[in-house]
Design a protein around this ligand. Sequence first.
Ligand SMILES: Nc1ncnc2c1ncn2[C@@H]1O[C@H](COP(=O)(O)OP(=O)(O)OP(=O)(O)O)[C@@H](O)[C@H]1O
Length: 330
Amino acid sequence: MAGTGTAHLREHDARLTVEDLVVEFRTKGGHTVRAVSGVSFDVLPGETLGIVGESGCGKSSVARAVMHLPAPVSGRVRLGSVSLGELDAGALRRSRVAMQIVFQDPVSSLNPRRKVKDLVQEGASIWGQGSASSRSAAARSVLDAVGLDPDVVWNRRPHELSGGQCQRVSIARALVMEPELLICDEILASLDVSVQAQLLNLLRTAKGERRLSMLFIAHDLAAVKNISDRVLVMYLGKVCEVLDVGVLDRPVTHHPYTRLLLESVPVVSASRVAPVRGSAAAQDLPSPIDPPSGCRFRTRCPLATDRCAAEEPVLEAKADGQFVACHEVP
Ligand SMILES: Nc1ncnc2c1ncn2[C@@H]1O[C@H](COP(=O)(O)OP(=O)(O)OP(=O)(O)O)[C@@H](O)[C@H]1O
């Protein structure tokens, strides 16, 4: 199991299981970009898995591949016991009711011509769920739950709302479908800090009340730490580390890349984890078209040895439920 990088998958009844996911794109120049290269993880009912890593490491590609938007080049995605790769197009569309995704840009992800009442009821209308009056009642209730007064916003269009209000509408659109899995892809990135805090609170409440499983994707480790139960750290299309959130700021040994990420987060005391030395933070991410041999992080890693160039590390179990892919972490 360790050889496939799936050693950290647990034997519980996971709500989402992702195994050896591979996502590729063709560039205009005719190259193949392997954006996601054998990523595996699972998410239990009611659990939030944070996914962090620098821009371009493949977080959004993972999110879309989980939804099969489009399907991955290879790998398996299971929602409960249903394997998405085995579904026909109609069944796949139906399965997406149970998997909702909210994107970063709240304004452009909402149809500007539609009113809030229609935006929030759209999914249920398409799938013919309930009567018109029950859909309307559910929409009002979920708007209330995300902190919007339905009487105020009901007939408004996205341009009449703030960015934070639009993001609440996007979350309401997702929650009204009563999903089993909610994927949040950088949903806080364009919002100010007080709105970010409010949205994190509402997601935490939704998670508690609905036993919602979440994938919470962000650059910002502090936000991820706030909402997640476990954290998966990605670098250049691969998993470096998977750990319980409680371990993040404990003096345990992290992957050198996780240390680099932690260094830039004031919430986590930098003195409690060994800092990454040198100028790794300033160096560019290598291209996924031609990634380094062996460990992909080695070109920026202060601990790199010859072995790291020759041999790719696999995820191995460490203390406290932590899984690390690094030759140099004891
Ligand atoms: N449609 C596409 N065509 C070609 N390459 C793509 C496409 N989408 C993503 N990529 C490339 O795949 C890699 C992963 O991109 P992805 O958007 O998944 O990363 P990310 O971690 O979500 O980044 P960000 O945090 O900036 O959203 C990057 O190298 C990116 O340039």
